[in-house]
Design a protein around this ligand. Sequence first.
Ligand code: ATP
Length: 365
Amino acid sequence: MTDTLRIALIRGDGIGVDVADATLAIVDRVVASTGLAPLVYDAINAGAGYFKDTGQDIEPDGEKRAGDADSIFLGAIGLPSVRHGDGTEISPHLRLRDRFQLYAGVRPVKAYPNAPQRLADPRAAGIDMIILRESTEGLFYSAAAHGRSDIRGDDEVRDTLRITRATTEKLHHFGFRLARRRKARGRPGLLTCVDKANVFASMAFFRKIFDEIAPQYTDVETGYNYVDAQALNLIRNPWDYDVMVMENMFGDILSDLAGGLVGGMGMAACAEIGDAHGLFQPAHGSAPDIMGQDKANPLAAILSGALMLDYLAEKTGNNAYADAALAIEDAVQSGFEQNRLRPMEFGGDMGTRAVTREILDLLEG
Ligand code: ATP
């Protein structure tokens, strides 16, 4: 048995509740079968539903409890029908990202057999890459949520793209470590710096820091792409990429593009990692159009649960958590291979509960 780890659990709104519960069922099972101590969950109320009832977007001590936990798992937050007075949606999770400086946004993009494939080229079956999106600065530094836009009456608005050495160094180190870990698991170990260094001083700075750090990781192959060329190549030859690191806005756009290549939102897992905290959630929202109908694909959330276990392995130095993460990834892979996973999202016959039950069965097998 190992030390007990504590997970802050924010189920949130809409399908967030269903996919979070599905994830817990799977994570608890692999943790038990790996011989690890059960995870202990601290459920924190937050989101649009909670705001509607209480006027607060998170429990009064919720942010602190999230910070005290070993990691944070989130279902989905926000409902279009519930808004602040200024029209913006309820988004306490953006404050968590800021408060805990979760700079490394990890978005895996992987093609599974029998899941939708948007490209006709058979090599698209080999798509397996990660978009590493800086998540605290870049062009989102002055995004609406932070209120830092320079608004000059009705004539001009300026947004700032901010690149700092401190965050960029940490981001690139994270990217190199990630590429190295993937290499150890049989991937190419290639890190591509995606920027616009030919035009913007901020992006030239981003690349300069990448070049400063690269010599510390000679086992990791490096490449460069301007963001416009990267967009083109993600359609032409996405199977040639492994890990791509980029500023916030570029990552926002390219991760949606890349996700579209391998299915839909129901497969899009996400980790947001800082120096001392990690938040794990599916990249999709609360999908109010299908909530309460047992139609949501829980795999994005379940794969985010696997990312969380991987993070806990790094954080604790206990590799059994990484084994538990691999067990989930293997179950999803073989479930698709054997056509035992047929989510309604892709026109199949399986809702949230059926997909979850099938993964539990696959784990038994
Ligand atoms: P947000 O702004 O919070 O990201 P959004 O409105 O942009 O939310 P989502 O809530 O992610 O978008 O949903 C977009 C659409 O994708 C939904 O209407 C839903 O039909 C579909 N969708 C999203 N997640 C899933 C899922 N897990 N399973 C099936 N369909 C999904």
